[in-house]
Design a protein around this ligand. Structure first.
Ligand code: NAP
Length: 231
């Protein structure tokens, strides 16, 4: 199951898992921006469901609708970067100019929604064979590397890492592996055109990393293709 699957990394996960023979439950927010996913959902292996992850009641409702499923890998992928201070000179997550409404929105989508998804879908994950909950995090959430700026995004991903760390302890008794994975800097709408990595090989690497995860890796923060990151 993949959230935020209509474009970017999420859509490429859908393509690759489906091509590999997996059944994929994919969520999207806006049908008008989800044409490629909805086309894929006309195949047998992909089912698409509307979900705005900021709407926690909608997350519970989707879980209830999918209560009979088993979910081997839950990829909490939907994410927001917030205003970009660089090229677009939008300073609303820079000190002195912070728009706290935006910070709240980014924290809701990047930190609280993954926690709500974990709580809502734990039964479906627990009854699967692989039992993995993976959050798409970012090296930008590493507190030990952080220096300045990008308050919303960096804080949200640092807190997401705390969420996955706590989940790893709480869900270990149920045999669920939880990890935060940074995919690297990838060409998507968020990553931008100057990103270092092409979408297809970057996602192939993340998928290989997810496939290798075992319960012993639970609680770790890893940069694809496999470097452990400091929190
Ligand atoms: N690209 C990178 O270099 C990079 C690096 C590190 C980490 N990541 C992480 O990887 C994940 C995917 O990134 P990406 O590069 O694919 O970003 P993207 O191109 O901006 O796509 C973001 C996805 O999240 C969805 N989304 C945002 N807010 C949502 C909400 N409230 N409800 C449901 N869906 C929502 C978007 O849906 P809409 O189309 O409806 O907006 C879109 O599908 C994010 O968590 C990001 O932080 C990316």
């Amino acid at each position: 199951m993949i959230t935020g699957a209509n474009r970017g990394l999420g859509l490429e996960f859908v393509r690759q898992y489906a091509a590999d023979g997996w059944r994929v439950l994919a969520t999207y927010r806006n049908p008008a921006d989800s044409g490629e996913l909805l086309d894929l959902a006309r195949q047998d292996r992909v089912e698409a469901f509307p979900l705005n992850v900021s709407d926690f009641e909608a997350i519970s409702a989707l879980s209830a609708k999918l209560r009979g499923e088993s979910i081997d890998v839950f990829l909490s992928n939907a994410g927001l970067f917030g205003p970009k201070p660089g090229a677009e000179s939008d300073l609303r997550q820079s000190f002195g100019h912070i728009d706290f409404g935006i910070v709240r929105e980014v924290l809701t989508v990047n930190t609280l929604a993954p926690l709500k998804c974990a709580e809502s879908f734990v039964e479906q994950i627990a009854r699967s064979e692989q039992r993995k909950f993976v959050a798409l995090s970012s090296i930008e959430g590493s507190i030990s590397r952080a220096q300045r700026d990008l308050y919303a995004y960096r804080t949200s991903k640092a807190a997401l890492n705390m969420v996955t760390r706590l989940l790893s302890g709480d869900l270990a008794p149920r045999g669920i592996t939880v990890a935060s994975i940074c995919p690297g800097w990838v060409k998507t709408r968020m990553g931008g055109e100057f990103a270092r990595l092409e979408l297809e090989p970057a996602i192939a690497d993340v998928r290989a990393l997810v496939a290798r995860l075992t319960l012993e890796d639970s609680g770790s923060f890893i940069e694809s293709p496999g470097n452990p990151l400091a929190y």
